[in-house]
Ligand binder design. Structure first.
Ligand SMILES: CC(C)(COP(=O)(O)OP(=O)(O)OC[C@H]1O[C@@H](n2cnc3c(N)ncnc32)[C@H](O)[C@@H]1OP(=O)(O)O)[C@@H](O)C(=O)NCCC(=O)NCCS
Length: 238
């Protein structure tokens, strides 16, 4: 697997031309599509002829760094859905939209939060992104919950797109959340090591990082786990 990003429990990779069936199955669940189409599935030919070619074109456009990525459980290898991180079609490259769509079987496990948190880290440390935003229907509490858990801030309300007016709750409109690199750095304040992620996180009760760097390797595994990233970079000494 050509891994794009790894977290403690997930591996993200680029989709290929052979993956239409994964997308078709995901979009065939009315619960998954509830706040997107009102529960209607995406037609298989639309996935094959429109969605998948657009996803693959995105990798070309953004050099494989941004786009929509398939997510798998590392333990067992099950496909759980997808995450996206990419600019708007004509938007600036340093402003990226975050999104996620998971199979129902993968809900309630913290996967969406874990993947999103790791994508924020990658966006701000590796990809030159300055601001990440996400939008959803006001009534999509599951999606808003993730945005709030990764400490994005409610920035605005947005009108319901005309093609979503039949969706339950559309009369309440939508919401847009944002987080800038500066805000993210404040939350993940600390020292940087080997170009890797910041070690300390303000306001995170269960992770305590010393001001100096002595002993931080021992704690890094816990910090990386809290950040939703894969295992420790340094081995604990004992
Ligand atoms: C939106 C969506 C991704 C949210 O999925 P989710 O499973 O609720 O989100 P998470 O994976 O972060 O799971 C969070 C819940 O898992 C539970 N959980 C279990 N184990 C956990 C763990 N190890 N870590 C964190 N949370 C865990 C918690 O109860 C948590 O909920 P809480 O924070 O309210 O207590 C999912 O509902 C979905 O794919 N919906 C359809 C598509 C959609 O609407 N996408 C958004 C369009 S804008």
């Amino acid at each position: 697997m050509d891994t794009y990003l790894e977290t403690e429990r997930l591996a993200l990779r680029r989709f290929t031309a052979d993956d239409a069936d994964l997308l078709i199955e995901l979009d065939s669940d009315p619960a998954v599509m509830r706040y997107l189409t009102g529960g209607n599935p995406t037609a298989p030919e639309v996935v094959r002829e429109c969605y998948l070619p657009r996803i693959l074109a995105g990798y070309e456009k953004w050099g494989g760094d941004l786009g929509l990525f398939a997510a798998y459980e590392k333990d067992g290898g099950a496909f759980i859905g997808w995450f996206h991180l990419h600019p708007e079609p004509e938007g600036p490259l340093d402003e990226a939209e975050l999104g996620y769509r998971l199979r129902q079987a993968a809900w309630g496990k913290g996967y969406a939060t874990e993947g999103s948190r790791a994508l924020l880290g990658k966006a701000f440390t590796e990809l030159g992104v300055r601001m990440v935003w996400a939008a959803t229907m006001s009534v999509n509490h599951g999606s808003r919950n993730i945005m709030e858990k990764i400490e994005m801030t409610l920035a605005d309300t947005v009108p319901t797109p005309s093609d979503m007016e039949m969706v339950e709750g559309s009369e309440h409109g939508g919401v847009r959340y944002e987080i800038t690199k500066e805000q993210w750095k404040q939350q993940w304040r600390g020292c940087w090591h080997s170009g890797r992620y910041a070690l300390g996180r303000q306001g995170c009760g269960h992770v305590v990082i010393p001001t100096g760097c002595a002993g931080r390797g021992r704690r890094l595994g816990r910090v990386r786990a809290a950040a939703g990233l894969a295992g420790p970079r340094w081995r604990p000494r004992s």
